[in-house]
Ligand binder design. Sequence first.
Ligand SMILES: NC(=O)c1ccc[n+]([C@@H]2O[C@H](COP(=O)([O-])OP(=O)(O)OC[C@H]3O[C@@H](n4cnc5c(N)ncnc54)[C@H](O)[C@@H]3O)[C@@H](O)[C@H]2O)c1
Length: 379
Amino acid sequence: MKTVKMGVIGCGLMGREFASAAARWCHLAEMDVAPVIVAVCDTTPQAKDWFVERVPSVRQACHDYRELLANPEVEAVYIAVPHHLHREIYCAAIEAGRHLLGEKPFGIDQPACEAIMAGLAGHPEVFARCSSESVFFPAVQRIGAMIERGELGRIIEVNSSFLHSSDLDPGKPINWKRVTATNGEYGVMGDLGMHVCHVPFRAGWYPHDVRAILSNLITERPDGKGGMAPCETWDNATLLCTARDRDGETFPLTFKTQRIAPGHGNSWFLEIMGARTSARWTSKQANTLEILRYDGGEQAWQVIDVAHDMAYRSITGRIFETGFSDVILQMWAAFLHELTHGRPPSAFAGCVTPGEVACSHRLFTAALRSHAHGTVESV
Ligand SMILES: NC(=O)c1ccc[n+]([C@@H]2O[C@H](COP(=O)([O-])OP(=O)(O)OC[C@H]3O[C@@H](n4cnc5c(N)ncnc54)[C@H](O)[C@@H]3O)[C@@H](O)[C@H]2O)c1
């Protein structure tokens, strides 16, 4: 098996998810390439120590990312740090010629994203992708295959949502994701927005205008030191866009991202209404795919219990259900497969590209203007 020696910059929540995926690589039945985490970097000693204690392949643990990038052993990096650091650290990794899986939003704002794109343009040898995993649920892969085969007919409407209740509790202390300086003006769109754009963008459905309504529902939170701190970021965002399908026909495309969504832990929703076939799915019932095929007769939704058919085949039997850590593993398989073989096995089995991420920044920036002025803005 070929290996890719990896460095992890940012050893928090998502850094550890990668460590877990890498440790579980034998779960993938047909991969001919595997990651080996050889170096880690975090400014918090406990975060580094977590890796050193649990990941035996780690040979370098440092607090300055420049030291990690100077390590000639490191071939590719995963960068999972707060958003205000994306520009500096992604650009440094690209400049150092390291392949990159970068966390979303891939720059705290549009200028930061453009700087990263400029870095990539100057280093065509660097393979870069952005993290986004929900597309790897088998039901979403099935929807992707239907889109590729052109089974949906003219697109009538698309709704793509990601709803959390992570901020429902007003007593939850503030952290970097609720501060504009570290999370960005985009607020919840920077956190969750790329996830809801992934499937529509891969389908070729790009918004050309947007009317956005953004809400900051909880304006202060405990600061963890006995006082209160301002909570400036947008909690919820609804973006109603005009999009075009591949034939140039327009349709309404709605993106909804919420951190305050009563009743939802971490729920993805995707609903596509087509003149010939409609499909809908939610991670609340991750293994259930609903399809309605309309040929002039009765309208009847089929409720399909989707098999464990992963884009990158796993050892799990077809009858078993799929979860978050499975799709994280699939996303990593996609990154390493494409890095090694040059292309994903199918269109929807690939990670988000830099071009798609740049489009998400144009959308979120237009959404900020739209909300501020109460206008419909071009994307
Ligand atoms: N794909 C997903 O589902 C998903 C989920 C959550 C977060 N994310 C994204 O992952 C990224 C990180 O989020 P998280 O939830 O892991 O955050 P986190 O706060 O859990 O971890 C971030 C880590 O970065 C470290 N760090 C800060 N400054 C650093 C520096 N200069 N050098 C090295 N390390 C530094 C922190 O000490 C911390 O350990 C963000 O871009 C976020 O949007 C993605």
